[in-house]
Ligand binder design. Structure first.
Ligand code: COI
Length: 337
């Protein structure tokens, strides 16, 4: 094992032994190679640099109770990256190649997977970019797919401590028929300015409303929105411009397994004040309770101001329990590395 203080890991980049890298040329992917240097030698006219042909994914691998390393639902991330590739005219990464790349890079960095019991995990970041030179606006003729890994702890300080969120009506994340439903790097560039404004105002996260009318809740900058009603229903927005979160998909299934009613439907802004619990969910944040949402002069307090509500706590414990191999993996979500 690496000599790392596993218990104080945050969500920060650190070098590991290597990443894995593949190049697509003349219609085919080459063999993947493990590369120790965390740099790419790239053409100055690469399409990803000028025209934003860049997509990424986020997954986690866990050192489980039985000592084995398992990665969570990599096939679903592979499918989502294929959707992003299609929408941005990039060479698709076949699912088998994606899952194999993930396994190989984890095995090559297995001493960076945090020990069981520390609450840490190995964050896996696949990246697909148009690396071929392209000066007219058109898809690149060469693509690079790579997967890097980083050991991580909680995304927000304090793990399950609730955070405050802000709605900034001057900024939108994604257009209704745009690319909000795929994981294009530019979606995150589009959110950075608002995110910095939110941070300066003391909010770790911003919540977006639909771009057309600013009437309906969409998602947080880096995670999906979940609301738990007072009678225990799981509510998550339905919209064409939300990223289909693998964690939200997982939690919906867990909620249904626990006997909760799951509703995927438009969520009007006014309904925020009615929820017993609100959470942000995603691979990086897992489930993070949100105790306050501010929009201009309106301050909406939700649930406990100091801890996590009981339903989100149960969902969090269940998903983490499955991921760390403490609870039965009845849906076959965990893939042994
Ligand atoms: C993830 O949860 O993996 C994400 O992609 C969010 C983020 C850190 C950009």
């Amino acid at each position: 094992m690496q000599n790392i203080d596993w218990n104080t890991l945050g969500f920060k980049y650190m070098d590991t032994h290597c990443h894995i890298r593949y190049v697509w040329r003349d219609g085919a992917w080459g063999p993947g190679e493990l590369a120790a240097e965390p740099y790419l030698n790239m053409h100055i006219a690469a399409a990803c640099l000028h025209y934003g042909q860049a997509a990424f994914e986020g997954m986690k691998a866990f050192r489980c109770k039985d000592g084995k390393i398992r990665v969570f639902r990599p096939q679903v991330n592979a499918q989502r990256m294929a959707n992003t590739a299609r929408r941005t005219c990039m060479a698709p990464v076949p699912e088998a190649m994606f899952v194999d790349a993930v396994s190989r890079v984890i095995r090559a960095n297995d001493d960076f997977v945090p020990p069981y019991g520390t609450g840490g995990s190995l964050y896996i970041r696949p990246l697909l970019i148009g690396s071929g030179a392209q000066i007219g606006v058109a898809p690149a003729s060469e693509y690079t797919f790579l997967v890097l890994v980083v050991p991580v702890g909680p995304y927000y300080k304090g793990g399950l401590q609730p955070v405050r969120a802000v709605i900034l009506d001057d900024y939108d994340r994604a257009a209704p028929l745009g690319v909000g439903n795929v994981k294009v790097a530019g979606n995150y560039a589009a959110s950075l300015y608002a995110h910095e404004q939110a941070k300066h105002a003391g909010f770790p996260v911003e919540l977006y409303l639909d771009s057309k009318e600013h009437k309906y809740v969409e998602e947080f900058a880096t995670s999906n929105f979940i609301g738990i009603t007072k009678d225990g229903r799981y509510v998550t927005p339905d919209s064409s411009s939300i990223l289909p979160s693998v964690t939200n998909n997982t939690l919906k299934q867990i909620a249904a397994d626990l006997g909760l009613t799951v509703e995927v439907r438009p969520v009007p802004f006014e309904e925020l004040a009615e929820f017993a619990e609100v959470g942000a969910c995603g691979t990086a944040v897992v489930v993070t309770p949100v105790c306050e949402i501010v929009r201009g002069d309106t301050v909406i307090k939700i649930g406990s101001q100091t801890g996590c509500g009981p339903v989100l706590q149960k969902l969090y414990e269940t998903v983490q329990g499955i991921q760390y191999g403490e609870l039965p993996d009845t849906h076959g979500w965990c893939v042994e590395v």
